[in-house]
Write a protein that binds this ligand. Structure first.
Ligand code: K7E
Ligand code: CUA
Length: 671
C-alpha cells in the first residue's frame, strides 16, 4: 500500500474513486453478479471499466502511474537505439509515448534526412570505403556528461555494423556528424563518454587486420587485431575532431562493452572482451564452431586502460598513422604501462561502474554471478605489480584474487547493470527473463540497509531482457524511480502481427527501496532491435521549439548563406546551371513554375520563411526521389542533374494548412 501513499497527495481524488471501484469489483466478484462487457460501460464509468477488464489494484496503480492527461508532459525522456533502422527513438517516461524517430545512419523521408545537400553531406561522412551505406545497427546511445552527470546537450550513438559513430545535437534533435572508423570493420562497445565528454569511446568487436588490409585467417594471431578508439569531442564545435582522435591496438580478442571511470576512477577506461581463445571458426572444416571455440576458457580479460596516459603519449608523438588515423601500438602500450588485463568470468558482456566510480561490475553471460572489482585495489595491484603473468601479446595480467571485491549470485544470463539512488544495482538476466535488484556493499553500500553485496529481489520481465535502464542510472547521481527492461522477445504479450514479433520495452516502478518492483507498462517496439537506452530528466533538456532565426542552416547551426527572404525569390540561369531561390509559406511556394531543360544542373534553395511553432512544410519532388522537411525558419539546398524530361509536380508533403493541397508547383523539364 506504500505505492498508494505516495500517490495520495497529487491524485487523491482519482485514487479514491478507483479504490471505490476496486472495492465494488471485489464485492461484485464475491456476490457472483455479472460484470458488464466493456462495450456496455458508459463513458466516465471508471468502476465499470475496472470490473469489465477485471483489473487488480496493481493494474489500476500502473494505469494511474503511467497516465499523462492530454497536454501533460513526461518526467523523463529516453533515447533508444533504433537497432537495424539505424536511427534513434525518443520516448517519454512514464507514459512510454513515442515522441520522435531521429534520422541518423539511414535516410528518413519525413525529416528529409539524406535528401538535401546538407543532410546528404552528413550521411556521406559515414561512407565506408567510398560506398554509401543505407542502414545501421545502432547499439549504445550516450548522452553527453558534465562532471559525470547528463548535461542534456549532445547524444552519441554507434553503428556496430560498420564501425561508425554519430553526433546528435539535442537543441534540435538532429544528427550533425557521422564518422566511419577507418581502422575497423565493426564496433560494439560504443558509444560511452568520459565524465566531461572529452572522449567518446568506441569499443571494438570482431578482430580483423587494422584498416583495409587483407590477411589470411590462418595468420589470425599475427595479423588480426582488436581495437578501442577514443574520439576527441570538441564541445564548442559540437563535433568530433578525427585529427585529435586515436585508437589503441589490442590483441585479437573480441573487445566488447566499455565504461569510463568516474570520480575516483576518472581517467581510466574498462572494456570487456571475449574470445580470448582466439577461435577462428570453421565449423565446415571440423573446427569448433565460434560459440564453443570462443567460450572454452574460464576467464576472459577486462581491458584496464589508462586513458590519461594514452592521450599524453599521443600528444608526445608516440602514435603511428594507419589509414591516416593515430594508433598507439601494443608495443608502446606495454612499454608505457597503459594497458592491463583483469581476468573476468566466462564470456563477459557488460561492465558498469558504480555511481561513486569505485567498483566495476561485470556480468559473465555464462556465469550466474555478477563479479565486482574494487578499483582502489586495481590501482594498488598495478603499482605493486601484483601480476600473475603476461598474455601472449605481453600485456600484464592482474591477479584476480587481489582485486576481487564480491561475487553476487543473481541468476542466469546476467548482461547489464544500472544503479538507483538508494544503493541498489539492477542487473538484466537474459536467460531467466528477469531483473535482479541487489544491494551495493563496500564503500558504495552506505545508502541501503542490506548486508554487503546481496541479492534482494527478482522480478520477471517478458521476455529475454537485454539491456535495462534506470533513470540516469549510469551517472554519478542516479534518480531511481523508473526502470525499463528492453526485452528481445514478446511472444504472447500483444496481438499477433505475423511471425516477426515486436520487441517489448517494459516499464518498472523502482521507487521505494524496500518495496517490490512493480511492472507498470508494456510498450511494443515495432522496430528491432533496440539495444540500449539512456533516460534523462526532461528538464535537463533545453530544446528549441523553432529555429532561432528565419533562414537557419540546422547542420551548421547558423544563418544560411543560401537563405531566401520573402520578395527575393528568383531563378538564375548560367549556361547549364540553374539556381532556384524559393520560399515556402502557408500555402504556397514561390516560384510555382520552374522551367528548365533536360541536362541542366539544378541547385535549389528553399527557405521556410515562417517562424510559428510547428508550421512545417514539406517539399516533395517525387520524380527525382526527393522529400524535404522544412521546419519553421529552416533553409536548405538540394542539387541534382535534370536527367529525366517531362512534366512533374512538386508539392508540400506536410499537411500545413487548409489549402495544403494547393501548395504545389510545376517542374517542367523540356526534352
Ligand atoms: Cu547487450 Cu549490443 Cu549492449 Cu544488446 S548489447 S543486449
Ligand atoms: Cu505546406 Cu502543406
Amino acid at each position: 500500500m506504500r505505492d498508494q501513499t505516495r500517490l495520495r497527495q497529487p491524485l487523491s481524488l482519482v485514487i479514491g474513486l478507483l479504490a471505490i471501484g476496486v472495492v465494488a469489483w471485489l464485492a461484485a466478484c464475491r456476490t457472483g453478479s455479472e460484470a458488464p462487457t466493456p462495450s456496455r460501460v458508459a463513458p466516465g464509468d471508471t468502476d465499470g471499466v475496472i470490473a469489465a477488464r477485471g483489473l487488480t489494484p496493481d493494474d489500476v496503480y500502473a494505469a494511474v502511474k503511467t497516465y499523462m492527461p492530454t497536454g501533460r508532459k513526461d518526467d523523463y525522456v529516453m533515447f533508444a537505439s533504433g537497432g537495424h533502422s539505424g536511427q534513434v527513438f525518443v520516448i517519454g517516461v512514464p507514459s512510454m509515448r513515442l515522441l520522435k524517430e531521429i534520422g541518423v545512419f539511414t535516410p528518413e523521408p519525413w525529416q528529409g534526412w539524406g535528401y538535401s545537400n546538407e543532410t546528404r553531406a552528413v550521411l556521406d561522412g559515414g561512407k565506408v570505403r567510398g560506398k554509401s551505406i543505407n542502414w545501421g545497427d545502432t547499439h549504445h546511445p550516450a548522452l553527453s556528461e558534465t562532471a559525470g552527470d547528463y548535461d542534456g546537450r549532445f547524444l552519441f550513438i554507434n553503428d556496430k555494423a560498420q564501425s561508425r559513430v554519430a553526433v546528435i545535437d539535442l537543441r534540435d534533435f538532429e544528427t550533425k556528424q557521422i564518422l566511419n572508423n577507418p581502422l575497423a570493420t565493426s564496433d560494439h562497445g560504443g558509444t560511452m563518454v568520459t565524465p566531461d565528454t572529452e572522449w567518446v569511446i568506441e569499443g571494438g568487436q570482431y578482430a580483423a587486420p587494422l584498416g583495409t588490409a587483407y590477411a589470411s585467417i590462418e595468420d589470425y594471431d599475427a595479423e588480426y587485431r582488436g581495437l578501442v578508439t577514443f574520439w576527441k569531442f570538441d564541445r564548442g564545435a559540437g563535433r568530433i575532431d578525427p585529427a585529435r582522435s586515436f585508437a589503441i591496438e589490442l590483441p585479437p580478442y573480441w573487445q566488447d562493452l566499455c565504461d569510463a571511470g568516474k570520480l575516483v576512477s576518472d581517467g581510466w577506461v574498462f572494456c570487456n572482451s571475449f574470445n580470448t581463445e582466439r577461435a577462428t571458426g570453421g565449423i565446415e572444416d571440423d573446427n569448433p564452431p565460434f560459440e564453443a571455440g570462443a567460450s572454452q576458457r574460464d576467464m576472459d580479460y577486462m581491458h584496464v586502460i589508462d586513458l590519461k596516459k594514452a592521450a599524453q603519449l599521443v600528444t608526445d608523438g608516440k602514435a603511428e598513422s594507419i589509414e591516416g588515423f593515430q594508433v598507439l601500438s601494443l608495443e608502446v602500450l606495454n612499454e608505457n604501462g597503459v594497458l592491463y588485463f583483469l581476468p573476468e568470468p566466462k564470456s563477459p558482456h557488460g561492465v558498469d561502474m558504480t555511481p561513486d566510480g569505485r567498483y566495476m561490475v561485470v556480468s559473465g553471460k555464462l556465469d550466474p554471478h555478477v563479479t565486482v572489482y574494487d578499483f582502489e585495489k586495481v590501482k594498488t595491484a598495478i603499482a605493486a605489480k601484483t601480476f600473475t603473468g603476461k598474455d601472449d601479446y605481453g600485456v600484464p595480467i592482474i591477479d584476480f584474487d587481489a582485486v576481487l571485491e564480491a561475487q553476487v549470485e543473481v541468476g542466469l544470463g546476467p548482461l547489464h547493470t544500472q544503479f538507483d539512488n538508494q544503493g541498489y544495482a539492477y542487473t538484466s538476466l537474459f536467460l531467466d527473463s528477469a531483473v535482479a535488484r541487489w544491494s551495493l556493499g563496500g564503500a558504495s553500500g552506505e545508502l541501503n540497509p542490506e548486508p554487503d553485496w546481496t541479492l534482494v529481489q527478482k522480478t520477471p520481465v517478458h521476455y529475454n531482457v537485454g539491456h535495462l535502464v534506470a533513470a540516469e542510472g549510469d551517472t554519478v547521481s542516479p534518480d531511481g524511480e523508473y526502470l525499463v527492461a528492453l526485452n528481445k522477445w514478446s511472444i504472447d504479450r500483444f496481438l499477433t502481427v505475423g511471425p516477426l514479433h515486436p520487441q517489448n520495452f517494459q516499464l518498472l516502478d523502482i521507487g521505494g527501496s524496500g518495496e517490490t518492483m512493480k511492472l507498470l507498462y508494456d510498450m511494443p517496439i515495432g522496430n528491432g532491435e533496440p539495444h540500449y537506452v539512456q533516460m534523462i530528466k526532461a528538464d535537463k533538456l533545453n530544446v528549441w521549439e523553432v529555429y532561432p532565426e528565419v533562414g537557419w542552416d540546422p547542420i551548421h547551426q547558423k544563418k544560411s548563406e543560401n537563405a531566401v527572404a520573402l520578395g527575393e525569390e528568383k531563378i538564375v540561369r548560367d549556361g547549364n546551371n540553374v539556381e532556384i531561390f524559393m520560399t515556402a509559406i502557408r500555402s504556397h511556394f514561390n516560384p510555382e513554375r520552374v522551367k528548365i531543360k533536360k541536362g541542366d544542373h539544378v541547385v535549389w534553395h528553399i527557405t521556410n520563411v515562417e517562424n510559428a511553432k510547428d508550421a512545417t512544410h514539406g517539399f516533395a519532388l517525387p520524380a527525382y526521389d526527393i522529400n524535404l522537411s522544412l521546419e519553421p525558419g529552416e533553409a536548405t539546398t538540394l542539387e541534382f542533374d535534370a536527367d529525366t524530361d517531362g512534366v512533374f509536380t512538386y508539392y508540400c508533403s506536410e499537411f500545413c494548412s487548409a489549402l495544403h493541397l494547393e501548395m504545389a508547383g510545376y517542374f517542367l523539364v523540356q526534352p
